[in-house]
Ligand binder design. Sequence first.
Ligand SMILES: [Zn+2]
Length: 215
Amino acid sequence: MFVGHYGPSFALRRTGGVPLWVLFLAVQFVDVLWSILVMAGVEKVRLTEGFTASSPLDLYYMPYTHSLTASISWALIVGWLGSFIWGRRGGVVIGICVLSHWIIDLPVHVADLPLWGNEYKVGFGLWNRPVIAFVLEAGVLLGGVAIYARHARAKLPIWIFAIVMLGIQYSNTILPPPESPTRFALMALTSYFGLAAAAWFVEKKWGNPTQTLVQ
Ligand SMILES: [Zn+2]
């Protein structure tokens, strides 16, 4: 998944008092790390045309970012670090957001998500059912946005932001795939930080100002 990951960021924004842009990075934390580790040659991916109906990515080695055990560990570490800035409740929300990445990846990935190390791989493979995968992705994103928009100063721009995100997701599926894994990782990394910056701007202009108070 890509934009579906942001559903929990929107949904949990008020619960923990953590800024939306931080939660945008939290839900993609393991993918940010994955992008860096792919560029460093530590985790591995190959591009195989038609690998799934939605993407050419054969993610055959990613034990440090996308195994369940690694995801739980990152959730605990990042949540703990976050608690120094946003308090215990904020830290818990950040941890949940980090772990949500793996849980939301589970239905769409083919069996490439290891439970431990690089073994016992799971994934329900909805990427081979692109329409269902897209509807699920949109549902998770829009469900979170609906919760967030209730308390926003201006609702329409928030919904427009969500529709733009879905547009980016859709364009990813129709544009030609990147030429190399490194290029793909760089594009992914750029989009995670770009969307976090956009979330900062959208929240500052149209979100609820009281939400940014540290609790
Ligand atoms: Zn991922």
